[in-house]
Write a new protein. Structure first.
Length: 215
């Protein structure tokens, strides 16, 4: 009981200092991050340490993003409660959990089986029933459920944004993806679709593990 209260206090501090303190204003994102037990999403770490201000390893060379980056990318997506959103790179499942508080349905694809299985167990345990997980190559999207109001890619594309993903974006939809040739040269790119017109703009410099991308 005591540990539960301690972790809730640590979460509130994380949100106040790392998220709100750096300019994230969307109250729904702030409240959800106060709520979600981030420590359950990060394996093999002391619970308190999972609320630190940086990315952490989750195994198989992959990482859970820094809380601020998760919040920032979510704010860029501008999701509405009625939206259906696709994520590429489930990883720990934390980003999908955050989205599950903000929109109607979340679809998330992961290419590494052990991460997919682990995320599925956590979603079941927490009863985040609007999160749908699939094992496979996210670059193919999720055609049966397309189009999506928002698509978020949480691994970095080398150069090209997979066209299949852009095609699965609904009218007025947004796609957020890190793009860059190396770990030290990546930028978030935000695509917006209006009718058949796609516009792209560059945003924050970031560091993400590479997207496994067939050419
Ligand atoms: N969103 C995650 C962090 C993702 S780390 C979180 O909140 O924890 C990036 C993840 O993308 C890794 O788990 C990696 O295995 C996965 N990935 C890389 N290429 C992929 C692809 N083509 N399709 C689906 N997942 C992929």
């Amino acid at each position: 009981m005591r540990q539960k209260a301690d972790l809730a206090a640590i979460r509130r501090r994380m949100v106040a200092e790392q998220i709100q303190g750096r300019g994230i204003k969307d109250l729904r994102i702030l409240r959800a991050m106060e709520e979600i037990p981030r420590h359950l999403f990060v394996p093999l770490t002391k619970p308190r340490a999972t609320y630190c201000d940086g990315p952490l390893p989750i195994g198989q060379g992959q990482t859970i993003s820094q809380p601020y980056i998760t919040a920032y990318m979510t704010e860029l997506l501008q999701v509405k409660p009625s939206d259906r959103v696709l994520e590429i790179g489930t990883g720990s499942g934390y980003q999908a959990a955050l989205l599950s508080f903000l929109c109607a349905e979340v679809y998330s694809i992961e290419i590494i089986a052990s991460h997919h299985v682990r995320a599925r167990k956590i979603m079941e345990r927490l009863q985040y029933t609007n999160v749908h997980l699939r094992l496979g190559d996210g670059c193919e999207g999720w055609p049966e459920e397309a189009p999506f109001d928002g698509i978020i890619v949480t691994a970095a594309a080398k150069g090209q944004t997979p066209t299949t993903l852009l095609e699965q974006l609904s009218d007025d939809g947004r796609l957020v993806i890190p793009i860059g040739q190396s770990l030290y040269d990546q930028q978030l790119v935000v695509y917006t679709r209006q009718k058949d017109q796609l516009t792209a703009r560059e945003d924050l410099a970031v560091r993400f593990v590479p997207l496994v991308q067939g050419d």
